[in-house]
Design a protein around this ligand. Structure first.
Ligand code: SF4
Length: 354
């Protein structure tokens, strides 16, 4: 763990280590639970806020540890209700999270980031152009959920119902931190949200999908598929070169067999590239091996990008072709387009990190 001149980041301490430290200070065992609740459930930003601890203990905590919460930096609201928030990290880097409200369906989803930037350079994605700057730690991921949950309550009077790891970064490349954040989100000492309401999205790293299967995780998995044949997929997602569709399908089948959790394929419809009827037929074929839902996503062109959004009637034909072959499909209309909050657009536009 990194120790700064002011002390170690207390939220990187495992429960047992915190408990051992407190016992070493002459405190009873249950004190660790109290401190943990302040740190995670109540999101305390200072030791002084921990009012059920004695003043001397608060001072000792202050002398030995730091708390490094993410800070709200800029909030943008879309005409469709979507809210994008930019957060500043302790080292000055910037990340973004998006709240997507669908009040008529009682659905309030947060899309969280897992890395500053991303190393995978998918061609249609603005984040990929930033390169990877660093991974987020578990607390930085957790804070996005905590703060956007408060935002959802204050704007819509409703807590979050769903969490998707589809913001900036590839979650499976910061595996341990993502799993640790989910442990806190679903713990009674944290936000107590069911893992069934959490979806981790990956560009497709077979080795890590197999690891999720071995770890028997309880959350859902989304694969950013975007093309159902290797040539096209490699053209837009370089990660496909080492993780082709055969390898990926084996990993996902393994995930499904070991966990039984929900699997979905994300499919951004790109005009004239992956939206033909034969593309739909190839995709339908990939959907036969295990139960899977396909989310077709309207594309949001990025500055200087080479792709365009599919025509609406072509997109409808594509979806119908899938449904005719028994595939479960939803078409997700773009949300938050006017504030660059839509899928693939998160990149701290016009800003530079410190
Ligand atoms: S789509 Fe996801 S994995 Fe691909 S570059 Fe963008 S953030 Fe990275």
């Amino acid at each position: 763990m990194e120790i700064t001149s002011k002390g170690a980041d207390i939220r990187q301490l495992p429960y047992q280590e915190l408990q051992d430290w407190l016992i070493g200070q002459g405190e009873p065992k249950f004190r660790a639970k109290q401190v943990f609740e302040w740190l995670w459930q109540k999101g305390a930003h200072s030791f002084d806020a921990m009012t059920n601890l004695s003043k001397p203990l608060r001072a000792k905590l202050e002398a030995n540890f730091v708390i490094r919460p993410i800070q709200e930096d800029k909030v943008q609201k879309s005409s469709d209700g979507t809210i994008k928030t930019r957060y500043r990290l302790y080292d000055g880097h910037l990340i973004e999270s998006v709240l997507i409200p669908v009040p008529e369906e009682n659905r309030f989803t947060v899309c969280v980031s897992s890395q500053v930037g991303c190393s995978l350079t998918c061609k249609f994605c603005a984040t990929g152009r930033m390169g990877r700057i660093r991974n987020l730690d578990a607390a930085e991921i957790y804070d996005q959920v905590l703060l956007v949950n408060q935002q959802s309550l204050s704007h819509f009077g409703h807590p979050l119902t769903n969490i998707v790891y589809m913001g900036m970064g590839e979650p499976l490349l910061t595996y341990r931190n993502v799993l640790e954040s989910i442990r806190h989100i679903s713990s009674p000492d944290g936000l107590n949200m069911s893992p069934k309401r959490i979806t981790v999205s990956t560009a497709g790293i077979a080795k890590m999908i197999n690891r999720l299967a071995d770890d028997e995780v309880r959350f859902n998995l989304a694969l950013s598929l975007h093309a159902a044949d290797d040539n096209k997929r490699s053209e837009i997602m370089p990660i496909n070169d080492q993780n082709n569709l055969d390898i990926l399908m084996d990993a996902i089948a393994n995930f499904y067999q070991k966990t039984g959790n929900r699997i979905s394929y994300e499919y951004i419809a790109l005009k004239g590239f992956n939206d033909s009827i034969s593309d739909a037929d190839r995709l339908a074929k990939l959907c036969r091996r295990f139960p899977v839902k396909v989310n077709i996503i309207e594309y949001n062109p990025i500055d200087g990008g080479e792709f365009e959004r599919s025509e609406e009637d072509q997109l409808d034909r594509f979806a119908r072709r899938l449904r005719d072959q028994g595939v479960m499909v939803t078409v997700r209309r773009s949300r938050g387009r006017d504030i660059d909050a839509a899928c693939g657009q998160l990149a701290n536009k016009g800003e530079t990190a410190a």
